[in-house]
Design a protein around this ligand. Structure first.
Ligand SMILES: [Zn+2]
Ligand SMILES: [Zn+2]
Length: 142
């Protein structure tokens, strides 16, 4: 599936690129360290610098989407159109919210003369997992 996508974007489908895409798809939203760990777990040694380069290439052709978080590492996800995110302030988990964004873009468009290219919405709070843990001293995973 990703072989074709890579080729349609003019990129060769290398094992490293395919592995990166697979790991990101499975992880949902992962940062470069988590991605590096996935490579290590599978015995694929890859220098961080190479991984940065791959992520840069995949992002620049639009296969990957980056989510910028203040004070945290950039997360990468498979691009699938604008969607809002929920960030858990406790465990750092990033979740997709299935809410239509078109309306926000339209409202913004009508409110100003700027032309909107993309919409990025981030909601902050405590996820269900974290709010169900009564003991705050317990270590959270990830
Ligand atoms: Zn959480
Ligand atoms: Zn997302």
């Amino acid at each position: 599936m990703y072989e074709q996508l890579l080729r349609s974007k003019g990129l060769k489908s290398t094992p490293q690129r395919l592995m990166a895409l697979k790991a990101i798809q499975e992880g949902g939203h992962i940062d470069i360290d988590q991605l590096h760990d996935s490579f290590n777990r599978l015995g694929m040694k890859i220098p961080l610098a190479t991984l940065y380069r791959i992520l840069g290439e995949l992002s620049s052709v639009g296969i990957l989407h980056t989510v910028t978080l203040s004070g945290q590492k950039t997360r990468y996800e498979i691009a699938k159109g604008d969607h809002p995110h929920f960030l858990c302030e406790q465990c750092g988990q990033l979740e997709d919210l299935h809410v239509a964004m078109d309306e926000i873009a339209t409202i913004a468009q009508n409110a100003c003369v700027h032309s909107t290219r993309s919409v990025s919405v981030m909601l902050h709070g405590i996820c269900q997992n974290c709010s169900s843990i009564p003991d705050k001293t317990r270590e959270s995973e990830g």
